[in-house]
Structures are given as C-alpha cells and as structure tokens.
Write a protein that binds this ligand. Sequence first.
Ligand SMILES: Cc1cc2nc3c(=O)[nH]c(=O)nc-3n(C[C@H](O)[C@H](O)[C@H](O)COP(=O)(O)OP(=O)(O)OC[C@H]3O[C@@H](n4cnc5c(N)ncnc54)[C@H](O)[C@@H]3O)c2cc1C
Length: 417
Amino acid sequence: MSKQNFDVCVIGGGIIGLCCAYYLQKEGKSVIVLDKGPIEKASSHGNCGYISPSHIVPLNDWSLILKSLKWIFKEDAPFRIKPRFDLDLLKWFVGFARRANSTHIERAMAGRNALLKSSDTLYKSLFEDENIACNYRTDGIFWVFKEEHGFHHFNKENDMVKPYGLEAKPFVGQALIDKEPALKEDLFGGWLFEMDSWVKPDDVISGLVSVLKNKGVQFVSDYELKYLNIEGDKVTSVSNGQETYSADDFVLSMGAWTPLITKQLNLSVPVVPGKGYSLTMKPPKNMLKHACIFQESKVAATPWKDTFRLGSLMEFAGYDENFSRVRLNALKKGAEAYLKTPYSEEILEEWFGYRPMSVDGLPIIGKSPKHKNLFVATGHSMIGLSMGTGTGKLISELVTKKGVHLDASFYGMERFG
Ligand SMILES: Cc1cc2nc3c(=O)[nH]c(=O)nc-3n(C[C@H](O)[C@H](O)[C@H](O)COP(=O)(O)OP(=O)(O)OC[C@H]3O[C@@H](n4cnc5c(N)ncnc54)[C@H](O)[C@@H]3O)c2cc1C
C-alpha cells in the first residue's frame, strides 16, 4: 500500500532524526518521521544527557585499542571487544587505528568543535522558544580523578582544547570537595568544564516529539525500513515490505543501524554499534550538584531534580541484545570509589543502547554521492545528543539548498571514497 507524498521522509526518530525534522519543518517542509521503535532502545533515550561543547578530542588513540584487546575477556571492563569474528568490526578498527595520528586528530577536533558549538547555541534557543522542560542545567561538568597521575596527565588534553577557548579549571583536594560535597574526601582532584551543560535526554525526546506533532509533523512507529526504491539517481519511496512512503527527499538517521540500509546502496558509512548501559534511580542521600565523569572507571553520573543516572561503558559486541548484569553492576562499582552515597536502592530503569561509532570521530552528515535526494545523518558516536541541533540545522540547509551555517566538508560521505 502506498502512502501520500511528503516533502521529506526522515527515517529514525532518535535525537538526530527529530532535530532534522524540527529544522526542516521550520523551513516550511512537510515531514514524516518513520521509526521501528521501541524508542526506549534507541541511544537517545537512556544516555547521560551531557551537552558537552568541550568534547572535541576524538577517541582515535592506540591506547584505547590496546586496552580493548587487553580487556577482551574481562566482562566488566570499561572498554571491551566481545570475542567473536566480525569482519565489519575488524575493518572498522583498522580504519580507526589509521586515524590515530596528529594530522587526523586536529582535523577531527576542528570539525567537532564547529558542530558542538553551533549545537550548544541552538539548544539554548530550542529549549526557550519551544518551552521544552528537560531539567536543563548549565553548572558545568566535572572530570574527576582519584589518582594524582591521571589528574596531571589530563593537562595535556586541556592544552589541546585551550586554543578553542575550552579550557577546564582545576580543583584539587579540599577545593574539589567544597565545590562538590557529594564526592569522597580521598579523591585527588577534578577539572571543571564550565561551558558544558546537561539535560534529561528522555525529556528532550518526548518534548521534541510533542512540539513536532503540534507543528504537523507526522509520526509512524513500528515501521522498520527494509528497502529503498530507486529510479536512476533518485530514491522514490521507502518500504517495510508492506507499506511504502514516497517523498521528495529522504534522510537516513537510524543511528547505529544506518549501515544495515546503506550497505544495500553500496554507500560507505563506516559506523559500528558501541553498546553502553545506564541505570536510573531515585536520588541517593548525597546528591551531586554537577554532572561528573569518573575518569579511572569511565562512569558518568548525572543528577536531575528527582532522578539520578549512572551510565557509560563501551562494548563492541555488534547488535547484541543480551543484557549483561555484570556490565550493569560495573556502573555501580565504578561510582563507589568516588561518591559518598554512590546509588540508591530505588531503581527506575535499567537500560542499554548502541552508540553509532564513526571510524574517524566525526559524524557523517551529507548528501549521498550517488543519489540526488538522499541524505545521511549518523555516526555521532559518544556525543550525538551534544551535536543534535547543529546536525538537524545542517541537514535542513542541505535539503533546502539555502547555504550552510558551517563548513559541511568535515562531515560529508565523500571522505570515505
Ligand atoms: C550509555 C550512553 C551514554 C551516552 N551519553 C551521552 C551524553 O551524555 N551526551 C551525548 O551527547 N551523547 C551521549 N551518548 C551518545 C548518544 O546517545 C548518541 O550519539 C545519540 O543518541 C545517537 O542518536 P541517533 O538519533 O543517531 O540514534 P538513536 O537514538 O539510536 O536513534 C536511531 C533511531 O532509528 C530507529 N531505526 C533504526 N533502524 C531503523 C529502521 N530500519 N527503520 C526505522 N527506524 C529505524 C531506531 O528505532 C531509533 O529510534 C551516550 C550513549 C550511550 C549508549
């Protein structure tokens, strides 16, 4: 059965797809969003909620590869490759390692900075203009170190981000506890990124969906895109095998699942799923004032008005649907060394999601080199929430051909040949 024609059909309703729909609708386009659901499984639902313009350094680093290999059989490790044969993942790691050099890292930092900065500014107006209540807090995010060595080593990264005006402020010993009394007294210190903020991501998603519905954007859930129908160099419609939707333009924003569809079209979208977990609960007795990343355990803690979330961990396990209790418990263990009361017993949600990990630390946003009316927006890795609004605006500018607000060449698919 064929459904009515829309200006733009967005496939995937995570933060990226919703932001694309928002800015496209703002440009007067009629938009439909298709999603296979359930939304709770998407990466945008249970993440840690950081909007971090400071996160400009990509992961591409040999030490990460070596750690992932060292911890291959350690189920509770912060970074881990699940032992199994996976050719796509092997190719991805080779590409990731090839880019672990200063030339690439500088380029990635410039591209990440432009998009993060734009998104940060756009979020401020989005939340205000559309009245989205999402526990938006602008108090800054702490990177907390138990050990002196790690704290001093971080200075190197701080030096890298300084030229972008993203310097963190150091707090050592008692100064850290005075600023953040929920932390344990024996920690060495912390670096505060004052420009960073946080939200409750689930509230951003539900708020945006309701804003978009009020503006006339159509939503279809339980719709799993299986095929794209192509005539010449144009996509004419999409299908789940039963229903087709036609549109003038199409945006693929299916997060970590995007390559499953782009493969059909022989498009190179080097993205693999990076599985992460989170645990949401009622606030513990000593609630944090700031969101914090505990650097040795790599666990992130996010305080909201009446809830608290521990999240993180990175596992390259394909689209593995198993829920690992060992990994979930590693979140609790990872917070114990840092917080006076690391968790409460009133658990509200146990969750995992797949980060769309791009091979070079830059998202993939742009028009298909082979199709006139097909756009891709994925590969936002660990900072997809932070880059949501900038990505949505860029996609709307590319679709409407009205000129772009930042240098789009950083993000295009052409870079993969
Ligand atoms: C534990 C954890 C913590 C994180 N913390 C942060 C953070 O603090 N700050 C930050 O910026 N980022 C964070 N991230 C990363 C961030 O969550 C992601 O980068 C971002 O959510 C990706 O958004 P997306 O819209 O691309 O993908 P998703 O949110 O995964 O959305 C993709 C959507 O596409 C749909 N879909 C997939 N395939 C199909 C199909 N065939 N047909 C139809 N629909 C389909 C899915 O159902 C889904 O709704 C975190 C991630 C994890 C896992």
